[in-house]
Design a protein around this ligand. Structure first.
Ligand SMILES: [Zn+2]
Length: 440
């Protein structure tokens, strides 16, 4: 007998055949999808322990945020409208120096509730105090891929790297399998070659992936060409990093040769249009990368450079940005944007066997959206509505790993008011020390 049955919903499976069931049913047993199909469920499935009426609703696989820094929700709205390096060096890195594990926990909890409420069920993170983010993942019910950020210029860089390697070994598969792990060297320009080589070796010994920022700004690429005579992508290829599974965030300034390397080495790319636009980093050649077979997923980046973690908004930004950039309204159609946010991100993270589409045997990470809304009417195309017209507040119910974490926009176990209060207190203390929000 299934634990959960959702019936009467329009279902976008996001499977390889792009099947839509209108209407259809989906059953969950334990933490996995046990059955789905068109029309009415067979009698043995109708006897599920819990039945949800999906009429007027759209059922999609949970959205997968391929690149973020979850606890940076604490710095949302703290420093805007600045160039990347100024923003990092003058505002973000100084306050981050004062962070403690407990601060990261509350920032991560805030990020987790924000993501769940906007239909994201899995995120790929890189940040300090990764154990605290891992605790927030365990407590909030969300799925994740976590890595500790490694920066070559920090005191005790080598010791931190050892800790990140230990973390990977200890936390892999924790929280009932909801915690996946990677190693997270920040970027080629912040990590010396010896450390990247060491991380590449550790990743292959442990059999885990590597999460890194890559070719985000023009300056990064120019400096790499000047000092090494190579692009950052060619540099990492030379260091042997791509012998491992790698998720590279941004890849804004990449050459055709770089794209060929990314495709050949099966590097996953996280496209972050909101962050790239806000920091004026540039426009990643996503249509070209997709055409050449690069696995491109979608991410929000941290909330300090976006300023939210809303994947519905990110899909729309991606679909609009590439049409404008390419001067071609046929570029990145709605379905492709949705595919990037689901299957695409899952593939880029190496999790496509578990998540990213609704298929029997895959994890039950599900999102139900309420489509009976004036801004989503008439119901011509659910995919178009989802990408071009839906809002995160249309997300009604969220299931992660078979567990209902939000139903009818209410969290089933998380005390939202408490999380908001603790996150505010934490954030105000952190920036208050640095001169404060109160005066602004
Ligand atoms: Zn980032």
């Amino acid at each position: 007998m299934p634990d959960l049955l959702i019936q009467g919903a329009t279902i976008l499976t996001m499977n390889e055949n792009r099947e839509t069931l209108a209407p259809g049913y989906l059953a969950v047993e334990g933490n996995a999808i046990s059955a789905l199909g068109p029309g009415e469920p067979p009698p043995e499935i109708q006897a599920a322990k819990k039945v949800m009426d999906g009429s007027g609703k759209l059922l999609i696989p949970g959205l997968v945020n391929a690149h973020t820094h979850l606890a940076m929700t604490l710095f949302r709205g703290y420093a805007d409208d600045m160039p990347l390096m100024d923003w990092l060096e003058k505002k973000i890195w100084p306050v981050e120096m004062g962070l403690k594990a407990e601060d990261v926990y509350w920032g991560a909890m805030l990020g987790a509730v924000e993501m769940i409420a906007s239909g994201t069920t899995c995120f790929n993170d890189m940040y300090h105090f990764f154990e605290a983010t891992a605790r927030a993942v365990a407590d909030s019910g969300i799925r994740s891929c976590l890595s500790g950020v490694l920066l070559g210029f920090l005191p005790n860089a080598e010791e931190r790297m050892e800790r990140a390697i230990d973390f990977v070994a200890e936390w892999r598969g924790a929280a009932g399998g909801r915690i996946n792990v990677m190693l997270g060297p920040h970027a080629p320009y912040t990590c010396p070659d010896w450390s990247l080589e060491k991380i590449a070796r550790a990743a292959s010994e442990l059999g885990v992936g590597i999460h890194i920022h890559l070719s985000e700004t023009r300056k990064e690429v120019e400096e790499s060409l000047q000092t090494r005579g190579k692009t950052p992508v060619a540099h990492l290829e030379g260091l042997g990093l791509f012998q491992n599974r790698v998720l590279a965030a941004h890849c804004v300034h990449v050459t055709d040769e770089d794209i060929a390397i990314l495709a050949e080495r099966r590097v996953g790319v996280a496209h972050n249009p909101g962050s790239n636009m806000k920091l004026a980093s540039g426009v990643a050649p996503v249509p070209k990368m997709l055409k050449r077979g690069v696995m491109v997923g979608l991410g929000t980046d941290g909330a300090a450079s976006n300023n939210n973690l809303d994947m519905l908004e990110e899909m729309r930004l991606a679909a609009l940005l590439h049409k404008l950039e390419g001067g071609d309204p046929t570029l990145l159609p709605a379905y492709q944007a949705l595919e990037m946010a689901t299957r695409g991100s899952a593939r880029a993270l190496g999790l496509a066997d578990e998540i990213g589409s609704l298929e029997p045997g895959k994890k039950a990470d599900l999102v139900l959206l309420d489509m009976m809304q004036p801004h989503l009417w008439p119901p011509h195309s659910m995919v178009s509505h989802l990408v071009y017209a839906a809002r995160s507040s249309d997300v009604d119910t969220v299931v992660i790993d078979g567990k209902v974490v939000m139903e009818g926009r209410r969290f089933t176990e998380i005390d939202l008011g408490y999380v908001l209060a603790r996150a505010r207190e934490t954030a105000e203390r952190l920036v208050g020390v640095r001169g404060g929000l109160a005066a602004r």
